[in-house]
Design a binder for this molecule. Structure first.
Ligand code: ZN
Length: 161
């Protein structure tokens, strides 16, 4: 999924239409978004992020996003990937704490709890890196089906991703 990250960015602010996922197939559920297309000019590389405000056509809420330049978007993606790798690698030694004292409930809870948290954090950071579009605000940097999401066109077929 290659996203079109461009200086003259065409984006879509989407408002989630269903609270619960709609079954699409036996193993897949989906959330529908409707919204408006929004033309945004990203800052030049090296300039700070610009704040852009857009009004949701569904709920009339005014949302402000910090829009990053193309180079800053790439750097944000790389930083998130590095952090994801660090957390995923850190999962192994945290789980290995079990070897210190396998009979201790404190060690077991730290190892399983800490190992699970580091793995989940690494996985979320990897997902966030894959969806990084250079728009920050209202949770848009994190994966999930939030009330509002910013979509950009896919470079292959133009679908909103
Ligand atoms: Zn809305």
């Amino acid at each position: 999924m290659a996203m079109a990250i461009e200086r003259q960015q065409r984006a879509m602010l989407g408002h989630r239409q269903n609270f619960f996922g709609r079954p699409v197939s036996f193993t897949t559920i989906a959330w529908n978004y409707s919204g408006r297309i929004w033309d945004v000019e990203r800052p030049e590389d090296g300039e700070p992020a610009r704040r852009h405000t857009v009004r949701c056509p569904v709920c009339q809420e005014t949302l402000t996003y910090a829009v990053h330049s193309i180079a800053a978007t790439r750097r944000r993606r790389v930083r998130q990937l590095i952090a994801a790798v660090v957390f995923l690698i850190a999962t192994v030694p945290v789980f290995c704490l079990i070897m210190l004292d396998p009979g201790s409930p404190v060690v077991l809870s730290i190892a399983y709890g800490g190992g699970s948290l580091t793995f989940i954090t690494g996985w979320l950071l990897a997902c966030a890196a894959g969806q990084e579009k250079g728009f920050a605000g209202h949770g848009s940097a994190w994966p999930g089906y939030l009330k509002h999401r910013v979509f950009v066109p896919n470079t292959k077929d133009g679908r909103w991703v």
